[in-house]
Each structure stands twice: as C-alpha cells, then as structure tokens.
Design a protein around this ligand. Structure first.
Ligand SMILES: [Fe+2]
Ligand SMILES: [Fe+2]
Length: 187
C-alpha cells in the first residue's frame, strides 16, 4: 500500500516543480469530486498525486518501461508513447511497488479514459482535465457540469478531447473512442 505521504515523497523525487504543482492541484480536485460523487477521497488524492509519475520519461524510456512491464502497446500509442502511455506505465510501476489496484487502474486510464470507468477513475479523469491551472476552450463547461454530474462532465471532456485530436489530425486510441460511444450511446 502507498499512502498520501509516500505519494508526496515519490513525486518529490521524480517530477519537476511545475508538474508536481499540477499533480497537487489534480489531487485536490479529484478529492473534491470524490467527496461529491461517492468515491474514497484519500484514494482520489493519491491517484491525483501519482497520475503523472512517469510523465517526464522520454519516448524511448516510456516504451522500454512498457516492455519491462509486459504492456501491450497499440499502434496509436506507439506513435506518441510519452503522451499516451505515461499513465499505463506509471500504473504498472506503482502497482508493482504496492499501490492499490483501484488507484492504479485510475492512473492507467487518466489520459484517454475508457469504457466502464469506476467513479474513482472518472474523478481522476475529470480532475486532470479541469484542474484550476488549465485554460482552454470547452473547459469551463466541464467545470460547471462537474458541480452536479460526474457523467455529464466525463461526457463533455471525452467529446472535447476527441474533437481536439481529430481536428489536429491525430490518432485516437480505442479506449477513448469506446468512452465517447458509451457516454453518447443514447443519442
Ligand atoms: Fe497525464
Ligand atoms: Fe496530468
């Protein structure tokens, strides 16, 4: 088990100050969402602190770590390993170090989301998307939705991310598309 204090120590030894501050803001936002929507606040906080634990690795280091932990790497992930695999790599490394499985799962999916997410996973996904240090079009809508409906916030975050990727001609991982389809299945 990795507790809050250990999580703080882990990121202090690994992340730049800027990224550590982002992680602390995500932790606070994830804990706030967890309290609001019924997940364990401390788990959300630890997930927030550790979610970008491997974000400062290079593309080559990220791929090497993925291979070391036996992760299957998809075609889109292979093209942008640092960006798309840092969550899965962090989850594998931290799970091996004793992190709870539910927190590791949230970290694994924080970047792209995926189908069938737990409340904890959704809290981290939305917190990373809309922590107070971020500013981009569409963000305010997610912030407002996150006051009353976690699923509505996830839906708009997933759609906004997808539109951005498609708009820039970038690849979409299957999990992100599955999340989008799940959130808009009734339309
Ligand atoms: Fe991340
Ligand atoms: Fe992040």
């Amino acid at each position: 088990m990795i507790d809050r204090t250990q999580a703080e120590l882990l990121i202090a030894g690994r992340l730049s100050e800027k990224r550590r501050e982002h992680s602390q803001r995500v932790a606070a936002k994830a804990a706030e969402l967890a309290r609001r929507f019924g997940a364990v606040a401390e788990a959300a906080e630890i997930a927030g602190l550790l979610h970008d634990y491997c974000r400062d690795l290079s593309d080559a280091e990220t791929l090497a770590a993925a291979a070391r932990f036996g992760l299957e790497v998809g075609a889109v992930e292979m093209r942008r390993p640092k960006k798309l695999l840092h969550g899965r790599v962090a989850a594998a490394e931290l799970a091996a170090a004793g992190l709870d499985a539910d927190i590791a799962a949230a970290i694994a999916r924080h970047t792209t989301g995926g189908p069938g997410m737990t409340v904890l996973e959704k809290c981290l996904y939305v917190a990373d998307f809309c922590e107070p240090g971020r500013e981009f079009p569409g963000l305010e809508e997610v912030r407002v939705l996150a006051l009353t409906s976690l699923d509505a916030a996830v839906a708009v975050a997933a759609r906004t991310s997808l539109l951005d990727l498609v708009g820039r001609g970038r690849g979409v991982v299957p999990g992100a598309l599955a999340l989008y389809n799940e959130m808009y299945a009734d339309d």
